[in-house]
Design a binder for this molecule. Sequence first.
Ligand code: F0G
Length: 463
Amino acid sequence: MTNTIIEPFKIKSVEPISFTTREYRQKALREAHYNLFLLRADDVLIDLLTDSGTAAMSSRQWAAIMDGDESYAGSRSFFKFEKVVKDLTRFNFVIPTHQGRAAEKILFTVVGGRGKVIPSNTHFDTTRANVEFSGAAAVDLPVPSALETDKRSDFKGDIDLNRLKDLIRKVGAANIPLCILTVTNNSVGGQPVSMRNIRETSALLNKHGIPLFLDACRFAENAFFIKLREPGYKDKSVHDIAQEMFSYADGCTMSAKKDALVNIGGFLALNDAAIAEKSRSLLIMTEGFPTYGGLAGRDLDAMAQGLEEVLDEDYLKYRIRSVEYFGDKLEKAGVPVLVPTGGHAVFLDAKRFLPHVPAHQYPGQAIAVEVYLEGGIRSVEIGSVMFGRETDGEFVGAGLELVRLAIPRRVYTQSHIDYAAEAIIEVFKRRERIPGYRITYEPPYLRHFTAHFEPVVKETTPG
Ligand code: F0G
């Protein structure tokens, strides 16, 4: 019997990647002020910055693109897309948007506002930003195990139902326009949410008349984890599991740049006619007519095709296993990773990786810089650079100090992953010589995108 799980595709079109020398990367890093967002992508060999909008489309998706109908109103591509989304989610209204955050912006403009509270297992940054921009408060209620990076547990993405109950009691159901579950829970390591948790959240909210929404951008990966790990789901199809997940919800926002396997796109889908009506009015103002919503007709066709392909169980088996393979390889070499590995990324635990670098010297950033220097691999810090702040001159750290290595869908092969693991292991071997960083420039908001850094100890500059 063969055991190797292979890529369930063959390659028809290839894109070259650029090899650089260590000296070149050293110079590129200095010019980018040690911020990997400021590198040119051409200077990156393997780009694990994000799994969003970076998927390789299939030949069928490219064929669907040619078949796209670019009519301004009533496009055939819209009806094809709408049918696929309705069949999957069973929501009554489907509103296309150019990406996930546009759906969030519209939804929270309609239901948010001062005095309102939006609970979640964990809001993704753009979700939180859109909730807060409306004047509402975004409250994260992850289960305690989500913060224990070294302890395995099947559904670390769950929402803490006791804390949700307390919150409803404290602020009152009337002030909670909806609760949103992020599946999988990106910010705590791409961890899945169990069907039981979705069902129980829905039942609790129902008692109080609060709608449940899913931030569904990685719904297929979440459904596959349920199949693998949750009692009673082993023999169900991922399609049926995904449908059941949506059946407990009243609506969803979706960044199609993840599990719809496209480079751009998203949607808002829901049952409430009044919210749908208001959302469509906003959509026309900011995105476009309701049958294209900020996209080309061909994008809708590619999404429709991608949403069907992503539920192929051979694909999901390969997807989840290849991320796990990467995590296992690092773990075996002693590299501290968040366990179990999530659906879309491997997360390094920077606190355990660089115990000598304090949070205010950004250990995650230090590792991300070294991994680029070592192998031309781009990752992203998810720690105190992203979430830390200065309050009255006092540094407040992020809690978790992580480095995310997100795996684009269907883009890299096992040898790319082997190479990336080797480079990280090399960095781990020389961890004691890795310096911390200080910020030399930062903008007022979302500093991680544009901040400038320098190594703290000049004489041991990286390398
Ligand atoms: N929700 C989650 C859970 C996400 O991970 C993202 C994007 C969004 C919403 C927003 O979607 O980018 O289409 O507007 N995550 C990307 C990432 C950017 O790298 O994790 P978008």
